[in-house]
Ligand binder design. Structure first.
Ligand code: CMP
Length: 141
């Protein structure tokens, strides 16, 4: 099915000037950009976005990192977009990310893992609404 997923290019990858390279990988894999926004997250925004992790030991480090510089946030649309995006990103732990994946190529650590992608249809819908309450663009061609 055609799905939408939320993708974030994290501050370390933005700092490496890898936005274009990463977006190019999505487009080359058939994931179309239907919304995009570059922004510097506040602590409130980062904490709210990652609220599900707030009891985890890495939460403070995660919020520090995600607010350390600008991020590029986009909605990707395509056949099986959620799983396809996760495949292109590679494993969350970059030490386990397959060669040629975004995390293998641009991550610096478990926390500084270059990219985020929604993990399921329900979280994708929530995460898209969090960043793009106004909706996304229709792409007919
Ligand atoms: P992300 O896909 O954005 O979702 C939650 C993030 O928390 C994850 O990527 C990592 O950046 C970070 N994270 C998850 N598990 C750990 C961990 N064990 N140690 C450090 N950071 C983690």
């Amino acid at each position: 099915a055609i799905e939408r997923t939320l993708s974030i290019i994290k501050p370390n990858a933005v700092a490496k000037d890898a936005i274009g390279a990463i977006l190019g990988r999505f487009e080359a894999a058939g994931l179309r950009i239907v919304a995009a926004r570059m922004m510097h997250l506040s602590r409130e925004q980062a904490s709210a976005f990652y609220a599900v992790h707030q009891e985890r030991p890495f939460f403070g480090e995660l919020v520090d990192f995600m607010t350390s510089g600008p991020v590029m946030v986009q909605v990707l649309e395509g056949e099986g977009a959620i799983a396809k995006n996760r495949e292109i990103m590679g494993a969350t732990n970059p030490a386990e990310a397959a060669p040629g994946t975004i995390r293998a190529d641009f991550a610096d650590s478990f926390t500084e893992n270059a990219a985020h992608g929604s993990d399921a249809p329900e979280t994708a819908a929530e995460e898209i609404a969090f960043f793009f309450p106004e909706g996304v663009c229709e792409r007919t061609r």
